[in-house]
Design a protein around this ligand. Structure first.
Ligand SMILES: Nc1ncnc2c1ncn2[C@@H]1O[C@H](COP(=O)(O)OP(=O)(O)OP(=O)(O)O)[C@@H](O)[C@H]1O
Ligand SMILES: [Mg+2]
Length: 260
């Protein structure tokens, strides 16, 4: 048996449009570009991570739904991306059908631990990166139970911090009852340094989350939007862009956790 340890990261925030998917797919592809073996799992019925990595599931292709609801192994559903440089990256795609999983799984015995079991069943990857939907339901609970770390992107905008309360409460309950090893990181995103409200939010994040705040701040960078539209991660689309460098620093920070 291999004794490689898989590090599982959930990217979660119930607020929509805060850069969860951008963060998840960028970190997953940067880890892969560094030669790490990575399993990216799309847990959002919107399927944005799937499309953002350039994958379009065909009718009949297995998705994460088949793993969670129909007990299919992850390796039956995972696919390679079209990007040659990301040969160590596998993706378990999602599509709209996944929305049904919320009610189909809810209330089953151990419904929040299915993903964890499925990840433990396969040959270990160096990393598993989970893109959560903008809600705190069954899919997000499965992600939190399966993870070593939850990475919470927070848009530098008024109301962003108050909106975090229910997620932080859920993380605390999961830590207490289901997964004591779950760590939390907060990542400021969509930061506009010319905007006073942005600067104020960042200051408040620093005082509220001193220990858990990432040392990296992700600025607004329109190249991220262009990259998503092209189905190419920023590290391939515009490797010299500010966003690519900032996400590179985040990737290094995640890799350094738990060392030394
Ligand atoms: N740093 C950034 N600068 C500019 N645009 C960005 C940045 N980060 C993300 N975006 C864009 O903002 C939009 C929302 O990002 P994304 O889809 O990653 O958010 P999300 O939190 O996953 O949304 P949802 O809650 O719908 O899943 C996308 O169009 C994305 O390309
Ligand atoms: Mg998303």
């Amino acid at each position: 048996m291999e004794d490689r340890v898989t590090r599982v990261i959930a990217v979660s925030n119930q607020k929509g449009g805060v850069a969860k998917t951008t963060t998840a797919l960028t970190v997953a592809s940067q880890l892969a570009k560094l030669g790490q073996s990575v399993l990216a799992i799309d847990l959002d019925p919107q399927g944005n991570m799937t499309l953002g990595l350039g994958v379009t599931p065909k009718p009949g292709d297995l998705t994460i739904y088949d793993t969670l609801v129909d007990d299919r192994p992850l390796e039956a559903a995972w696919v390679s991306t079209p990007h040659e440089k990301l040969s160590t990256l596998k993706l378990v795609p999602a599509n709209r059908k996944l929305a049904r999983a919320e009610r189909e799984l809810y209330g089953q015995v151990g419904f929040d631990a299915i993903l964890k079991e499925k990840i433990e069943e396969v040959e270990p990857f160096d990393w598993v990166v989970l893109d959560c939907p903008p809600s705190l339901g069954v899919l997000t609970m499965n992600a939190l139970v399966a993870s070593n770390r939850v990475l919470v992107p927070v848009q530098c905008e008024f109301f962003s911090i108050s909106g975090l309360a229910s997620l932080l409460d859920l993380v605390k309950v999961v830590q207490k009852r289901r997964n004591p090893g779950l760590s939390l990181s907060v990542l400021p995103t969509l930061y506009d340094r010319r905007n006073g409200i942005c600067r104020g939010v960042l200051k408040e994040l620093k005082s509220r989350f001193s220990k858990q705040l990432s040392g990296v701040v992700i600025d607004v960078d329109t190249r991220l939007r262009e990259a998503a539209a092209k189905g190419r991660p920023i590290s391939l689309f515009a490797p010299r862009s500010r966003a690519s460098k900032q996400y590179g620093n985040l990737t290094k920070e995640l890799m350094s956790h738990g060392e030394g």
